[in-house]
Design a protein around this ligand. Structure first.
Ligand SMILES: [Zn+2]
Length: 417
């Protein structure tokens, strides 16, 4: 059992009674013998949390639904996912948040926590009703998919978020610098004649967020960071105690921009795949704790949407069912940058602390959200077997080591291998 929240890493039994973690002393007082799961040779840990997922509903049910996205999460070992607000309508009003929560309660097999938009319709011009969104139950505000360019508006958003006690998640992208960019600006963009997306287009906004987190003394979390410069900026700011954090997606360490040379749109990401030096910096950032959260940026798109010219295709890939395998394989087994305890912490304690939610722990009385992991299981990614409604992944056929084998939400098994 690995439970970083309680600093536990030991061989032990886990007792679940009425959907909650119970003390093992309660075993003798139970009226009937409980069901037993043999988790020998497996890791039992708090249910994993993915704080960056696109479930596409309302509005884009042909890409993914809350129901299918939740099943994909369960199949990836996740018991809680945080969904992004770039839906149709945009999640910028309490009524849309209520719809998402109702829908999730009716059909989702894992916990679905909505975020609300920072700006109305993600237009970056006028703030959403942030305190009403907080009352409606959002765990954070973000314009993910977009980035508020007006620093003053962003400052007000951070101040409101501070007042209502939720973090701000930001996709770091300066529109003027990024322009029409679709791939990393560098050797491959030049060679292939594709519009480049410079690293500075990300780093300028990371710097902005550091300054605003400091000015407002409130948490800003930088979504899916990709460049060496972002890691350097974040490292310096965090060493001074600034309330800023960052996350990494598996594709940004598994691949470089070299992968785009056959124009396969399943390698078109936002932000784009970067150069090897950036990948190395991300790995160092993960190793030294500068980057504290792992996530998928699960971004489902239908085949007909992705099967167009590279320039015209939408950004993003699905990730819920491959992220744990990729991170275990790359971070723990291949590059040995972190141990599995740290990896579990980045998927449990860290996101729960950022979002201030009661999850990511096996404390007595906590909801019995549990993931069973076989860290040494070798498997091959089969996209046709995915629970997600979309198939846009570049990882089909990859051989990985380590995956979740059972996912338990409030004491009930919602998925098993
Ligand atoms: Zn996203």
């Amino acid at each position: 059992m690995i439970d970083p929240a309680n600093k536990r890493d030991e061989v032990a039994d886990l007792l679940i009674v009425d959907g909650k973690v119970a003390p093992s002393s309660q075993l003798s007082t139970l009226n009937s013998q409980p069901d037993e799961i043999d988790a020998g040779n497996l890791i039992v840990c708090p249910g994993l949390i993915d704080i960056h997922v696109h479930l596409r509903e309302p509005g884009f049910g042909h890409k993914e639904t809350i129901e299918s996205g939740a099943r994909a999460a369960a199949a990836g070992g996740f018991t809680t996912v945080v969904c992004m607000p770039n839906t149709s309508p945009v999640a910028d009003s309490p009524s849309t948040i209520a719809w998402i929560k109702d829908r999730a309660a009716a059909v989702a097999c894992v916990h679905v926590l909505p975020t609300g938009a920072i700006s109305k319709n993600l237009a970056g011009e006028e703030l959403s009703p942030i305190s009403s969104l907080a009352q409606a139950g959002v765990v954070a505000i973000t314009d993910d998919g977009h980035c508020v360019q007006n620093h003053e508006l962003m400052r007000r958003a951070v101040e409101y978020a501070c007042m209502v006690g939720i973090p701000v998640l930001d996709e770091c992208q300066d529109y003027n610098l990024v322009g029409r960019g679709v791939v990393n600006e560098g050797y491959w963009s030049t060679l292939l004649g594709l519009p480049g997306w410079p690293a500075a287009g990300e780093e300028v906004i990371v710097m902005r967020n550091i300054l605003l987190a400091e000015l407002c003394d409130h948490q800003i979390h930088c979504l899916h960071l990709t460049t060496a410069g972002s890691v350097r900026l974040l490292r310096e700011a965090r060493s001074r105690g600034v309330k800023v954090s960052g996350e990494v997606c598996p594709h940004h360490i598994a691949l470089t921009d070299e992968a785009i040379q056959n124009f396969d749109t399943n390698y078109k990401m936002n932000p784009p795949l970067r150069a090897q030096a950036d990948v190395d910096a991300l790995l160092e950032g993960i190793a030294d704790g500068t980057l504290s959260i792992l996530c998928s940026d699960h971004a489902p798109h239908a085949d007909f949407e992705k099967e167009v010219e590279f320039d015209a295709a939408p950004f993003g890939i699905i990730g819920l069912e491959t992220e744990l395998g990729l991170f275990l394989d790359l971070l723990v087994h291949k590059h040995r940058k972190i141990d599995i305890v740290r990896l579990i912490k980045m998927y449990t304690v860290e996101p729960a602390r950022l979002l201030r939610i009661n999850a990511g722990t096996l404390s007595i009385g906590a909801p019995a959200d549990v993931t069973l992991i076989d860290p040494d299981l070798e498997w091959t990614v089969r996209i046709d077997k995915f629970e997600s409604a979309s198939r846009n992944s570049p990882f089909g056929g990859w051989k990985l080591k380590g995956r979740a084998v059972r996912t338990i939400v409030e004491g009930k098994t919602v998925w098993k291998l």
